[in-house]
Ligand binder design. Structure first.
Ligand SMILES: *[C@@H]1O[C@H](CO)[C@@H](O)[C@H](O)[C@H]1NC(C)=O
Ligand SMILES: *[C@@H]1O[C@H](CO)[C@@H](O)[C@H](O)[C@H]1NC(C)=O
Ligand SMILES: *[C@@H]1O[C@H](CO)[C@@H](O)[C@H](O)[C@H]1NC(C)=O
Ligand SMILES: *[C@@H]1O[C@H](CO)[C@@H](O)[C@H](O)[C@H]1NC(C)=O
Ligand SMILES: *[C@@H]1O[C@H](CO)[C@@H](O)[C@H](O)[C@H]1NC(C)=O
Length: 304
């Protein structure tokens, strides 16, 4: 929007002193016309400091329908799962990954009440935690399936041991103290907690560690706690829509793809074909030309 207003401005910048009052006049039509344009897309493009792009949306009907009702934008962006509300720390659209943080999770510095991590079936298919997100199951009972039948699900996490966590982390020292020995723990992947709840696993707490492939020799105090999810982008023909200046969304009743061109017109595939009379990019460029022409006229008038 700013670039529209700045072009007539730069055209007269050589005569700044002479034409200052005229500049205000120049900007007047722009300020009158801008507000409706600013709200041309029904989809918010950011939430807090997180950019929102396809396939995500925080307004219903925006983004891909597969991700519908998974996000909540109340000052910050939250990812909603059956086990709770996780704060979205960052989204990398090129690498198709999202880092989330569970404020109720135990970490090296804080012990919080036991809870599970549960995703819906759809979520665990279209945005599962990445393989480099390690789940550390702590204070497990000796009867835990992962110490017996499912022992193979625990792996050697760059040589780190349970004792190391219980020793290095204030939050986990309590497991050590109560029993005067180290209760077992297990480093594992998302699939383990997907198929077995914490009750079945018989471990009282868990924590999750990000970017785990580079943590050899790095102490638990310096790990990044959180979860990285890798999302897949459904190919519903969004490229064609965004190239035509539209925003990809869906019909809230049928969940069929809808290319959102402006508040007053939705097109099925793109914004150029079909009804262009009320289309977004065309409307925007005609307003641009109008402002530009008004600017030229006022500039000419100011010399008389
Ligand atoms: C266009 O789609 C959006 C999102 O689905 C919806 O809110 C809006 O009412 C639609 N507009 C028209 C004119 O159908
Ligand atoms: C969105 O998040 C806010 C704050 O966490 C919460 O109060 C609200 O109920 C949430 N909305 C939904 C639909 O989950
Ligand atoms: C550790 O697990 C045992 C059960 O195996 C439980 O009784 C105890 O409360 C747990 N410790 C903490 C600090 O939660
Ligand atoms: C775990 O891996 C490290 C190397 O990363 C190795 O030194 C250590 O012996 C392994 N521990 C077990 C119990 O296999
Ligand atoms: C254009 O819009 C009118 C009414 O809004 C609709 O009846 C007509 O089918 C549309 N044409 C195309 C090609 O989308």
């Amino acid at each position: 929007m700013n670039s529209m207003a700045s072009l007539p401005l730069s055209a007269v910048s050589g005569h700044r002193n002479l034409t200052f009052p005229c500049l205000l006049l120049l900007l007047l039509p722009a300020t009158l016309l801008l507000p409706p344009l600013t709200f041309a897309s029904p989809c918010r493009t950011s939430c807090g400091n997180i950019p929102i792009k396809y396939p995500f949306g925080v307004d219903d009907g925006c983004g891909a329908p597969q991700f519908r009702r998974m996000f909540n934008c109340s000052t910050d962006l939250f990812f909603l799962t059956p086990s709770g509300t996780y704060k979205v720390q960052s989204i990398d659209y090129d690498k198709q990954s999202m880092v989330i943080y569970d404020p109720a999770m135990s970490t090296c510095s804080i012990l919080q009440p036991h809870h599970d991590f549960v995703m819906t079936d759809i979520q665990s298919i279209i945005m599962p935690p990445t393989p480099d997100t390690v789940f550390a199951l702590l204070n497990c009972s000796i009867d835990s399936p992962i110490l017996n039948h499912y022992k193979y699900l625990c792996f050697n996490f760059s040589g780190h041991s349970c004792d190391e966590l219980y020793g290095a982390c204030n939050a986990f020292r309590v497991f050590h103290l109560l029993t005067n020995s180290s209760p077992p723990c297990c480093f594992t992947g998302y699939d383990t907690v997907k198929f077995m709840s914490m009750n079945i696993l018989d471990c009282s707490h868990y924590t999750t560690v990000l970017n785990s492939e580079n943590l050899k020799g790095v102490g638990a105090l310096d790990w990044d706690y959180g979860m990285k999810l890798s999302f897949s982008v459904p190919d519903l023909g969004c490229d064609r829509c965004s190239k035509s200046g539209g925003t990809c969304g869906f019909d809230t009743e049928t969940e069929g793809l809808s290319c959102l061109c402006s508040i007053s017109s939705n097109h099925t595939r793109d914004c150029v074909g079909g009804n262009i009379t009320s289309g977004g990019p065309h409307e925007a460029s005609s307003v641009f030309i109008l402002i530009f022409l008004l600017g030229i006229i006022q500039l000419i008038l100011s010399y008389y």
